[in-house]
Design a protein around this ligand. Structure first.
Ligand SMILES: C[S@@+](CC[C@H](N)C(=O)[O-])C[C@H]1O[C@@H](n2cnc3c(N)ncnc32)[C@H](O)[C@@H]1O
Ligand code: SF4
Length: 377
């Protein structure tokens, strides 16, 4: 099974924390759609004939395209690949695009999962973030999507934001659980380079929240999610049982994926590739048959480190049998030695030959993962 990712590199407004590749000029929307279809056709052999079980429209803002345009991309996938009957097709959508007409038409398309960027229900946070919607509009958009029959909805939220107290975060979570949705992605705010937030941080206009506030917010998130029947299946992701994001799980389980569009990444076990993060360069190259991507052949060690990074993030953990079979005795021994230290400190446990982060270990996941890396001398 493999996945296809479309990067839709347009946004109507720039959020002040976000460094994902996008342009706020929508002029090239039509041209981009043609280029995406062309790239899809050019790279139809990339996934080596595997069936597709996940199609993901991410961005940027995929909901800048009409449901008909989105469906035309799905139809193009069907022309070149075999799509599984139970395929998961996710559209990332901004709440302010989810009006009645849009939802009605989208429900008639093959999209069967929505991922909606809520971020916060507090208007002062949304203003700080430069979002295009209010908290109430975001809440109503989810309700409307449900009324139109969408029954697999994920929301994105951000915590660790300046001004977001623990009490305000608790209110955000209360509202999210009230909505009876199936999936939650909750990210700690990252100060990415070249964002307004990072600029304001450097100028002293914004101040990072205290570590204990972040930690309290994360702990509250984990316990409330558990209380409401969500499975904490990856550091930042929670779902109702069986409704984990297949797209993300494919990444974490090291399945192949083909990424189309500017800045999109692809992976086919031996190589990672990434497209140029520039709309014009991408479209010119696609149209004229030029280069628009770079790649890296993965060494044996890279593959091991990738496996550590992706598997330890998840509740399924790092499979010691896979390590032994695919990487050999010395890597297996290395993992057991590393695990030993963290078992003592109760940061990991071993269950059915899998090394899994404990709830305590999740808080220091980056340190644990980098300690497991095999560094070539
Ligand atoms: C690439 S965005 C696309 C979603 C959609 N455009 C929207 O804004 O609703 C996916 C998610 O990444 C998260 N995100 C982006 N930048 C972030 C940052 N610097 N720190 C934490 N989360 C971030 C946001 O929660 C956002 O909804
Ligand atoms: S968070 Fe979404 S809408 Fe905002 S700039 Fe990033 S991709 Fe665009």
């Amino acid at each position: 099974m493999s996945g296809i990712y479309f990067h839709i590199p347009f946004c109507k407004q720039l959020c002040h924390y976000c460094a994902f590749h996008k342009s706020i000029s929508l002029q090239a929307k039509e041209r981009m759609l043609i280029c995406l279809k062309k790239e899809l056709k050019n790279r139809k052999d990339y996934l080596k004939g595997e069936n597709i079980d996940s199609i993901y429209f991410g961005g940027g803002t995929p909901s800048v395209y009409s449901p008909t345009e989105i469906q035309s991309l799905i139809d193009e996938v069907a022309l070149h690949f075999t799509i599984n009957k139970d395929v998961e097709i996710t559209l990332e959508a901004n709440p302010d695009d989810l009006n009645r007409d849009y939802l009605k038409a989208l429900k008639e398309s093959s999209v069967n999962r929505l991922s909606v960027g809520i971020q916060s229900f507090h208007d002062e946070d949304l203003i700080l973030m430069n979002r295009r919607h209010t908290g109430q509009q975001a809440y109503d958009a989810i309700k409307r999507a449900q009324a139109y029959g969408f029954d697999n909805i994920s929301v994105d939220q951000i915590y660790g934001v300046p001004g977001l107290t623990v009490e305000k975060w608790e209110e955000n979570l209360k509202k999210v659980f009230e909505l009876n949705i199936q999936h939650i992605s909750s990210y700690h705010l990252m100060y990415d380079p070249n964002t307004v937030f990072t600029h304001k941080l450097k100028k002293g206009i914004l101040k990072e929240v205290e570590e204990e506030v972040s930690l309290a917010q994360y702990k509250h998130l984990i316990s409330e999610a558990q209380k409401h029947g969500f499975v904490h299946y990856e550091i930042s992701n929670f779902s109702k049982p069986g409704l984990e994001s297949r797209h993300n799980s494919n990444y974490w389980k090291q399945k192949m994926y083909l990424g189309l569009g500017p800045s999109a990444h692809s992976y086919n076990i031996n190589r990672r590739e990434w497209n140029v993060s520039d709309n014009l360069k991408y479209m010119n190259a696609i149209e004229k048959g030029g280069e628009y991507s770079e790649y890296e052949e993965l060494s044996f060690n890279d593959k091991f480190n990738d496996y550590v990074l992706t598997s330890l993030r998840t509740m399924w953990g790092l499979n010691l049998d896979i390590i032994k079979k695919e990487f050999g005795e010395s890597y297996h021994k290395h993992c057991l030695e590393k695990a030993d230290k963290y078992i003592q400190s109760n940061d990991v446990r071993i269950e059915n030959s899998h090394i899994i982060l404990t709830d305590k270990g999740v808080f220091i996941s980056n340190d644990v993962m980098s300690d497991f890396f095999f560094i070539e001398e």
